[in-house]
Design a protein around this ligand. Structure first.
Ligand code: INI
Length: 193
């Protein structure tokens, strides 16, 4: 039996990217602070081991997250943003697109892309999640550490092991052909295995 589980240590050789949507910067700056605090307290040098990208808002986050993930340089990409319903009628579009885009970026590249986007009805709720009560930036960093360490564990597994774990003939899921089907514009040597 194999049990794969990420940990929160052994992060000294890890590399992370953080993509921040600047919109609602009062909130996102606090999320970024919480995220950096958690990374730092788990042994990550937040200047040398972390790269940062700033984009105008959440809508632009997935494009840059995917671009960074596909380089293969990062153990995880952390996406931070805040979408607040009270401020705009297009909350649903922005929130929906950023969620879909982040999921696609992870799935297409094989790199953990963390959904660190606070979606709330009011600014008060957003503030509560960005430091007044707790700071979800911390949780997003922990997810990145956990997924980064987990992916290093499973990276060496061949298709045979995957088939066994999935309980069947899922080996082809890891093949270049399948990757090309979900990410036709990314050549297979760019997709981290
Ligand atoms: N971007 C956000 O990150 N959060 C929001 O709440 C938001 N609202 O409410 O409009 C928002 N809009 C900007 C959007 O992400 C794009 O930057 C913009 O539409 C340009 O493409």
């Amino acid at each position: 039996m194999a049990v794969f589980e990420g940990s929160f240590a052994q992060s000294d050789h890890f590399k992370f990217a953080v993509v921040v949507g600047r919109f609602n910067d009062l909130i996102v700056n606090r999320l970024l602070g919480g995220c950096q605090d958690a990374l730092q307290r788990h042994g990550v040098n937040i200047t040398e081991q972390v790269d940062y990208a700033w984009v105008p808002g959440c809508f632009e986050v997935p494009l840059v997250a995917r671009k960074l993930a596909v380089t293969g340089r990062y153990d995880a990409v952390i996406c931070l943003g805040a979408v607040i319903r009270g401020q705009t009628p297009h909350f649903d579009f922005v929130a929906g697109e950023v969620a879909k885009g982040i999921a696609a970026a992870a799935f297409q590249t094989g790199v953990p892309v963390i959904f660190g986007v606070v979606t709330t009805d009011t600014m008060q709720q957003a503030l509560e999640r960005a430091g007044i009560k707790s700071n979800l930036g911390w949780n997003y960093a922990m997810s990145a550490l956990e997924m980064g360490t987990l992916m290093r564990q499973v990276k060496g597994l061949g298709a045979h092991s995957y088939g066994q774990l999935a309980g069947g003939s899922a080996a082809q899921v890891l093949s270049g052909e399948a990757n090309r089907a979900i990410a036709p514009d990314v050549s297979s040597d760019q997709i981290p295995s």
